[in-house]
Design a protein around this ligand. Structure first.
Ligand code: SF4
Length: 329
């Protein structure tokens, strides 16, 4: 029986307490002695057609979160409810079928495309895997997709090395979008590109989202990039979310000291928009042995004694504004 419209959850993805630990083995055959706690209890949702930005310094676990949601890494714990199905419970054949609703765009448009394959074969591969064996139909779909991402049908027979960085990223986007997924994990899709090209690619992603009702998990280390594409933004530090709110709230009222420090590092041409630069002391601690209490306490400029002992609770301090900090108001 068809599902009534009012029964469809507005949330396309719900991630509950996601954990991903990578074992560090002492020897080839020995048991792991330690674990890299790359993602350590992360929860959020993404609505249909929405963009959630995920930011943080390198090593904070944002890329691992994206890949674990797609089960490119096996989760250590938690739930990944996608379109009403717990992805963790799917066996390989069921997961393969579900994958047509999930896509990924990689950071590096140079290494993510097979140099021996033509552009047509790269983009059409996903359709073939999904069972579209009719060559003519597949070719037509690829031609149309090339035009949709701003390339031309005659690019079909060319090879990746014949394209610029921005064009290669368009090919990567076409490869992900052609089989009409519902959610795409965009893993730093513009960070390897020139600034002048970045906005073109962001505009393309926005256009495709509008036309195809796509949802994005948009991963970036640069808060200014995320601002222009995200409806809401989550900030990660050492495997945990520390703040999550609407894009507008995050930039107008950053509340967690880590978010404030990241925002203060963004250069602004407008002097009214400039914040006093807050330099964080020290390096990001090791995710193998994260600090006790609040993981940020070793670098936090306003830490108090309690921060060394008690882990802050993830709480909603204003409507749609979640923070994990003892002192947040
Ligand atoms: Fe800083 Fe303490 Fe808040 Fe952590 S809980 S961000 S250490 S004030």
């Amino acid at each position: 029986m068809a599902m009534k419209l009012d029964q469809v959850s507005p949330n396309l993805l719900e991630v509950n307490n996601l954990v991903k630990y990578f074992p560090i083995k002492g020897s080839w055959f020995g048991k792991p002695k330690h674990y890299v706690r790359a993602v350590d209890g992360v929860s959020f949702f993404i609505r249909r057609g929405e963009t959630l930005g995920l930011v943080g310094e390198s090593g904070c676990g944002k890329t691992t979160t994206g890949r674990t949601i797609l089960r490119l890494h096996e989760p250590t714990g938690g739930q990944i409810i996608f379109d009403g199905t717990d992805l963790r419970k799917l066996r390989s054949e069921e997961l393969r079928k579900k994958r047509k609703d999930l896509g990924i765009i990689f950071q590096d448009p140079y290494s993510s495309l097979n140099p021996r394959m033509t552009v047509g074969d790269i983009i059409g591969e996903g359709l073939l895997v999904q069972g579209l064996t009719n060559v003519r139909e597949r070719t037509e779909r690829v031609h149309a997709m090339l035009e949709e991402v701003g390339l031309a049908p005659y690019h079909y027979r060319r090879f990746p090395h014949e394209f610029s960085g921005g064009q290669r990223q368009r090919i990567g986007i076409a490869r992900s979008v052609i089989y009409s997924p519902k959610l795409i994990v965009c893993d730093e899709p513009v960070s390897a590109l020139d600034v002048s090209i970045q906005s073109q690619i962001l505009n393309l992603l926005k256009d495709l989202q509008k036309k195809r009702d796509l949802a994005y998990l948009f991963i970036a280390h640069n808060l200014s990039v995320v601002k222009h594409i995200s409806d809401r933004v989550g900030v990660m530090y050492l495997g945990k979310l520390v703040e999550l709110t609407t894009s507008k709230n995050l930039y107008a009222q950053p509340t967690h000291p880590y978010t404030q420090a990241l925002l203060s590092a963004i250069p602004h041409a407008d002097p009214d928009m400039r914040m006093d630069r807050q330099r964080l002391k020290g390096d990001v601690p090791s995710p193998v042995n994260p600090p006790s209490g609040c993981r940020f306490h070793t670098r936090c400029p306003i830490a108090v004694e309690q921060c060394k002992v008690d882990e802050p609770v993830w709480r909603e301090i204003r409507t749609d504004h979640f923070v994990a900090c003892h002192l947040a108001k």
